[in-house]
Write a protein that binds this ligand. Sequence first.
Ligand SMILES: *Cc1c(COP(=O)(O)O)cnc(C)c1O
Length: 394
Amino acid sequence: MKNPKDYGFNSQLIHYSGHHDQYGSATVPIYQTSTFSFESAEDGAECFAGTKDGYIYTRIGNPTIKALERQIAVLEHGYDAVAVSSGMAAVSTVYMALLNAGDHMISSAAVYGPSRVVMEQHFSRFGVQSSYVNTADIENIKKEIRPNTKVIYIETPANPTMDITDIKACAEIAHSIGAVLVVDNTFCSPYLQSPIDLGADVVLHSITKFINGHADIVGGVIIGKDKQIYDKLRTMMVNMGCNMDPHQAYLVIRGLKTLGIRIDRAQENAMKVAEFLENHPKIEWIKYPGLKSFAQKDLVRKQMRGPGTMISFGVKGGLDAGRTLMNNVEMLILAVSLGGIESLIQHPASMTHSKMSKDSREKAGIGEGLVRLSIGIENVDDIIRDLSRALDKI
Ligand SMILES: *Cc1c(COP(=O)(O)O)cnc(C)c1O
């Protein structure tokens, strides 16, 4: 594939890694090495000076990891990407690279729990200020702007409230004040949403979720819109030492090939599950971007290519009823994480978002009775039957 831009998304997934070797291997081999030998002292000096392309040491770069980075950069329409050891490593690297002491960040209140914890409990120790607001209403962002606001950081759809934030509007605000827009695109993957096309400067993912999709590794990636911001991110990753491992990269390259068909199937299933839940007498409310009842469906249509596979809902009877539901599913896995081929059920208030204060949770719209589903690619009748039987136990 000479120019991946001439091909569709699924073809890019299967055929574009940018990797070529002397054996013509059809897949990217695992370069399980920590270091690379130089041809001569002069060659080594040139690699270090950057006047010659060449691998030096795996924390700095590795051919297996580079193949994954190139592929994700193409899928996200970015300049290049930096693969890291986890989604949280991606978040921390972005904060470290883009914020100095005395700078201020505005973020979505309902971000992934630890993304907020690391900012409020740790980056605050180094003098970084932050405000958490419901970014689904753009006015809330405008009200928080300070002279030192340097980063706007959003997650859309938000986890686990499913609130949608207008990426294009955020990019316009950020650029009007000389700030950078960062989008955590984990919930959509590049298959459903392209934040860089809408004006984002940096996109990040927990690769653990949709991109890998098989619940067998933890990883992350950061994509820079242009060379300048990419270089900042790569330098920070190399110096912090949160690189991905070559074997981990190989598994992600393998999982990534089916991203499109996995999401197509899981999304079809999610729509049917959401319709089933919406009509169930024991459900109090439900949020799924594919439902006609979803308040922000126009924005979904504007910036997403599909509603995704995540469903949030409340059971009548609050936490106790939710607990009964979770303890009575048979096939669904009671586990955190999302975006895999297997359907998962979890309770954010006692699990993923338990480290946030109850007050912050309530302000972020994460009630005690909220149950989150990540729908997989099983037979949808089995998913519905499992939920139906467990709901009957309430
Ligand atoms: C899981 C997740 C993260 C953190 O990723 P890890 O791979 O678990 O470190 C960040 N953002 C979102 C939206 C996530 O779902």
